[in-house]
Design a protein around this ligand. Sequence first.
Ligand code: KIV
Length: 271
Amino acid sequence: MSVNKEVKRITVHTLQEMKNRGEKIAMLTAYDYSMATIVDEAGMDIILVGDSASNVMAGHETTLPITLDQMIYHASAVVRAAKRALVIVDLPFGTYQGNSKEALNSAIRIMKESGAHGVKIEGGVEIAESVSRILTAGIPVMGHLGLTPQSIYKFGTYTVRAKEATEAQKLREDALKLQELGCFGIVLEKIPATLAKEVSESLQIPTIGIGAGQYCDGQVLVIHDMLGINKGFKPRFLRQYANLSDVMSGAIKNYVSDVKAKDFPNESEQY
Ligand code: KIV
């Protein structure tokens, strides 16, 4: 991590201090340099280079197809933009489940080749050995529990997880295990707010919610969803802060019609 003298970089310790003093943590995804520059300058605490890039950048139906090389490509661009935010990168599907050595190699590639500050990994006790091995190499790890999109074919649907007592209990145990192993935080995706509250209060490390209610220590959204670039994706948990799809479409249509009408470029726009 290069030292920037003007802006103080958020670290995993900053995040812990924020939880300790009750200050909420803001996290948002970004996948490219231009967007990440805007996100960073807006005061984001964590930029997540999510494997949701598979959906919103590449147009896949799920997060499963994105590769480690592609994640590193996106992450490198985001790292070049982020002067203040902590940059965390998803370990994509198939790069850590095999064994802990493979998980460590994947995490090392992300850190070395992109310059990111940590990794996020989906799952609980079943990936404990991998989490532990990555942490041993000094790489900060963020957990991800609840609706873990890489397991979509096991779940069969993107509906709320851990509503049943058994799954809720496993989530509590997984969260404690991830904390015990040394994770610096945990994303809780699409679980009941009461369960997220209980888990957030029982853990010392911060929880970051998406569709997990107001009691998490921070919140995360996918940037394309909250900016309204993704038309038609409107789950209950999503607050849409802009309607960029319409703004962009209007501008592009105006450009097309100006070109067709021979109105662009005009005399002042040429040499
Ligand atoms: O990939 C992603 O964008 C994520 C967030 C939804 C938490 O994992």
